[in-house]
Design a protein around this ligand. Structure first.
Ligand code: 3EB
Length: 327
């Protein structure tokens, strides 16, 4: 096993995998995050679309400490912390308030943690496209996030990488989990895309706050955490069909990898068997088309899963994220 975070898709039973003391986090799909049975267990409400159901397993070396903090849970090893929270939306006056609380909690947690630099944050937002105009849940989520981050003047960029995807409308919880380390990572932005925090007003009153990718160093290993990447060029959505959106998204990932190489030197990180990909699919009926379009562009050796989830703009049909290991 390598020295960083080892991410795999495995068949098996969640209970049995949690017996493995090297498991830092275990992601089970199609289950409410409120069902978590322990700190390392992270059920994600999005159903998996692939024929074969798998678990996403994060392993790390050395002893793992687990615990709870203000209703959050965490698992920490020498190099990295995985933090997880699920807030029952019934207990909040709307998505803005829930998001504000979530980001307030995350900042509070990070301040007292030995790993206080967030590298990547995954957000799963029930009914993400519900609501008209600026009342849309995703936009309200962005407002709450931005208000919580602005409430702490010491909390300035570097921004973490992020993914924000819709969970089923009937899922009760806003779920957020993250990776944090002791040292800041290297942020990578995509020259093909406007930096998300500079998005114009038409996408909402407060811009999303994330970096397109972060290079995280754990021990002597560098890993590239890729944000949710869609068919956005500049700030605009391109294409109205799934195949072209997949191809555009892969061009965006490629461009980000070239930019990472430009910043860091060394070999160009690539999509191959040292990485994993997650593909988020809005319309289940487009799954085969999306899988095919991706197979045409990404080596067969790259492990990948497809999850059913809404994307934050209603004209986006697909989004992907992933983690690559740099040589
Ligand atoms: C985009 O490129 C797609 O709000 O945290 C991707 C990744 C997107 C993260 C977020 C949003 C977020 O703008 C949307």
């Amino acid at each position: 096993m390598h020295h960083g975070l080892d991410i795999r898709y495995e068949r098996g039973d969640a209970g049995a995998l949690l017996e493995d003391r090297n498991v830092l986090a275990l992601f089970e799909f199609g289950r409410s995050p409120l069902d978590a049975r322990e700190a390392r267990h992270v059920p994600v409400a999005l159903p998996q679309l692939d024929d074969e159901a798998v678990l996403e397993v994060w392993r790390s070396r050395g002893p793992i400490l687990t615990g709870h903090w203000e209703g959050m849970s965490f698992a920490r090893c020498d190099g990295v912390t995985m933090g997880h929270l699920a807030l029952d939306l019934n207990e909040f006056e709307g998505m803005r308030a829930a998001s504000f609380r979530a980001y307030e909690l995350i900042q509070g947690f990070l301040r007292q943690s030995p790993h206080h630099c967030p590298m990547k944050i995954w957000n799963f937002i029930p009914g993400i496209n519900i609501g008209e105009g600026d009342l849309e849940r995703y936009r309200q989520f962005c407002i709450g996030r931005s208000e919580a981050l602005a409430a702490d003047p010491a909390e300035q960029p570097p921004m973490p990488a992020a993914t924000a995807i819709g969970a089923p409308e009937n899922e009760p919880a806003l779920q957020i989990y993250f990776l944090a380390t002791a040292l800041p990572g290297v942020n990578v932005e995509n020259p093909r895309q406007l930096n998300a925090w500079h998005y114009p007003r038409q996408y909402g009153p407060r811009s999303p706050l994330f970096s397109r990718g972060t290079i995280m160093q754990i021990n002597d290993l560098r890993q590239f955490l890729i944000s949710g990447t869609a068919s956005v060029v500049g700030h605009e959505t391109h294409h109205d069909n799934a195949t072209d959106q997949v191809h555009e998204s892969v061009r965006n990932v490629d461009s980000l990898l070239s930019e990472a190489q430009r910043l860091l030197g060394g070999p160009r990180p690539s999509l191959d068997d040292t990485g994993v990909l997650r593909v988020y699919v809005r319309q289940p009926e487009a799954f085969d088309e999306i899988r095919q379009a991706l197979d045409d562009r990404v080596p067969a050796s790259t492990p990948r899963i497809h999850l059913r989830g809404d994307i934050c703009r209603d004209d986006l049909l697909v989004e992907m994220d992933g983690v690559l290991t740099c040589d």
